[in-house]
Design a protein around this ligand. Structure first.
Ligand code: IPM
Ligand code: MG
Length: 368
């Protein structure tokens, strides 16, 4: 049987640096655990624009459709701020999500014990935190029509449209309920049904899917603004949160900081099963391209490494190996190793991006 295939798209800013560490991890699993992957690499975002004049070449799109999993670093940077909207780096990522139909974006916010003191919230509020945000990723205001900047009378008007069909809501709700069954069986759905019709529909559909197909799962509803407040007040009240594309974007950055640093949060974007039974899948850290620290060896590769752990779990059926990788990260943090983003006020010497990758590889080897 052919090896499972992975397409690596490092992208821009710190993307290539953090991805270089993930490659070490992939090599380790090939050499030590007999998990060989066929790895190919290509450009996305500003890097693709610089070479092809487009943030995602059609050939790259075709490759992404053909592989078992895509690993993406980050896209964007100030160099591309002035580009026409249609060729901005972010469009490359959004095209991948849309054309691969990756409707369910899993963003787990887990607080490692070693970092509980480091969060901007009180230790007891975040210690042991383990929640999962399920963000709808292919619809809503990110993609709704009409959109654009138009002229009305003597002024311009910017328009985006929040739009959800029943089936779009139902399928992401199902993926949240399925996940909840493997966790604490509890889902909180967030929208703004108090001001948006799309929110009213969202709430109705999520409730209906629950009543008809998942009566065993506990479901609550919250307005997204209140949800944001509860997320920082007492995040441990949540298990799985399901929400739309835009609210999920905001709430997941917020949840990331509960864990100590945006540099810690991985994500999996999953679509429908392919012919081989594996879901269409793209894995990426939640952090962006961080142009201010790019190229300096300061970036934290853990979010990207943990994204590969999610690939092991959700694409390659290697839950035990995913656990092994997550434990290795936990061990490195427990040993006190920190990239710059994880340095507390007490100071200390931060290790570099590649030293962090090496430390995780060493911890993996120790786990054998
Ligand atoms: C994210 C990012 C993206 C988004 C950007 C880079 C297009 O913020 O994945 O959270 O807005 O979805
Ligand atoms: Mg975001």
């Amino acid at each position: 049987m052919a090896n499972p295939s992975i397409l690596i798209l490092p992208g821009d800013g710190i993307g290539p640096e953090v991805m270089a560490e993930v490659k070490k991890i992939i090599d380790w699993f090939g050499a030590k655990r007999g998990l060989a992957f066929d790895v190919s690499e290509d450009l996305v975002g500003g890097a693709a624009y610089d070479k092809y004049g487009t943030p995602l070449h059609d050939d790259t799109m075709a490759k992404a459709q053909a592989v078992d999993a895509v690993l993406l670093g980050a896209v964007g940077g100030p160099k591309y701020d002035k580009l026409d909207f249609s060729v901005k780096p972010e469009r490359g990522l959004l095209r991948l999500r849309k054309e691969m139909d990756l409707f369910s974006n899993l963003r787990p916010a887990q607080c490692f014990d070693a970092l509980a003191d480091f969060s901007s919230l009180k230790t007891d509020v975040v210690a042991g935190l383990d929640i999962m945000i399920v963000r709808e990723l292919t619809s809503g205001v990110y993609f709704g029509e009409p959109r654009g900047i138009f002229t009305e009378g003597n002024e311009r008007v910017g328009i985006n449209t929040q739009r959800y069909t029943e089936s779009e809501v139902a399928r992401v709700a199902r993926s949240a309920f399925e996940l909840a069954r493997r966790r604490s069986n509890k889902v909180c759905s967030m929208e703004k049904a108090n001001v948006m019709e799309s929110g009213i529909l969202w709430r109705e559909v999520v409730q209906k899917v629950r009543d008809e197909e998942y009566p065993d799962v506990e479901l609550s509803h919250m307005y997204a603004d209140a949800g944001a407040m509860q997320l920082v007040r007492w995040p441990k009240q949540f298990d799985v949160i399901v929400t739309d594309n835009l609210f999920g974007d905001l709430l997941s950055d917020c949840a990331a900081m509960l864990t100590g640093s945006l540099g810690m949060l991985p994500s999996a974007s999953l679509g429908a099963p392919m012919a081989n039974g594996r879901p269409k899948a793209l894995y990426e850290p939640v952090h962006g391209s961080a142009p201010d620290i790019a190229g300096q060896g300061k970036a934290n590769p853990i979010a990207c490494i943990l994204s590969f752990a999610m690939a092991l779990r959700y694409s390659f059926d290697q839950g035990a190996e995913a656990d092994r990788l997550e434990k290795a990260v936990e061990q490195v943090l427990a040993d006190g190793l920190r990239t710059a983003d994880l340095m507390g006020p007490e100071g200390g010497k931060p290790i570099s991006t590649s030293e962090m990758g090496d430390a995780v590889v060493a911890a993996l080897t120790k786990s054998l």
